[in-house]
Design a protein around this ligand. Sequence first.
Ligand SMILES: *Cc1c(COP(=O)(O)O)cnc(C)c1O
Length: 386
Amino acid sequence: MALPDFTLSAGPVAVTARTLAGLGKPLLYHYDPEFKATFERTQQKVAQIFKTRNDIVLMQGEAIVGLEGALRSLITPGMHVLNLVQGVFGKGTGYWISGFGAVLHEIEVGYDDAVTPAQVEAYLDEHPEIEMVCLVASETPSGTVTDVAAIGPMCRDRGILTYVDTVSGVLGMEWETDAWGLDLCVAGAQKCLGGPPGVALISVSQKAWDAMYANPLAPRDSYLSLIDWKEKWLGEGRFPYTPSVSDMNGLEAALDQALEEGIDEVVARHEAAAAVTRTGARAMGLELWAVREEIASACVTSIRLPDSIDNALVRDHARERYGVMLSHGQGAGNLIRLSHMGPTAGGMYSIVGLAALGRTLADLGMQVDVGAGLEAALAALAEQRR
Ligand SMILES: *Cc1c(COP(=O)(O)O)cnc(C)c1O
């Protein structure tokens, strides 16, 4: 099959020529001073986008390796953990929490909704035994966000650890690791940063390190070990295992581009693209998946589909007929996602995505006013650019 003309998926996303050039750099030995310097610089640049002075650990693998390794490191059997569930990644975190032997507490809402700070506050008031709160900042499969800015400080002020999946949060929403008191955050390179899949970007507070060191079950001498990275790499300049040299070069290139554009500017670009996309979708006659616009994420726009149309079929049709790769609901519900992430957040990408989606839905028998949607989206885009 031919390559798609446009990749508007929810990660991995299309990357810039600069990132591709980074990925194509000479493959150095990992103890070459040049590569060690690259790795150290990249850590510092990740700290900048996280807005943190905490340690940064860059683990090889996908964001999942960081999410799993960190959670295994933090959880001790019998510990009481509150997990916020509003989508498939939050649900999955809960399976890990109980699997690792903790006592699982959950606040769960529909996957088109968001857990509110008031719900969390009430739960914590009633359950002083909670030692850690786990949450997903941006539920990419359903395109909703959680109010981390309110929940983070609430936990910090009560001395409760926070474990945050911000794989698609960092750069796709306002982000303040230190100001919000977040202990353990994991982001992915292949989402809003527009980097290669294959590295987990992790920030670890002193409180989180203390919790890991106090945990006899925290992985050590293991691929999943954060403590290994702390002691070997951060402590002694020795890698626990060989990092993917190319991924690190690609990641640094993507970070350079984001930092040169400006962190606030990148976030604003995602928000602007989301606004254009939502305007177009509504004018086309489509229904947003998120029950309230305030909880709709800036990195993907999720559209609710009628029961008669299957989300995987929509994705496949748009790819085959129109050469545009979209993302389906990934188990979150019968929805289709137009992603505006990384380099595809902004400009005409939303128009392309709306055109391919609208026409696909019309082909599949849905009543859609594609023209009205595109007109409205173009008008919104023109207004933003005045
Ligand atoms: C992409 C993503 C991950 C990483 O999961 P994969 O299935 O490996 O892509 C984790 N959490 C969230 C919220 C994500 O968007």
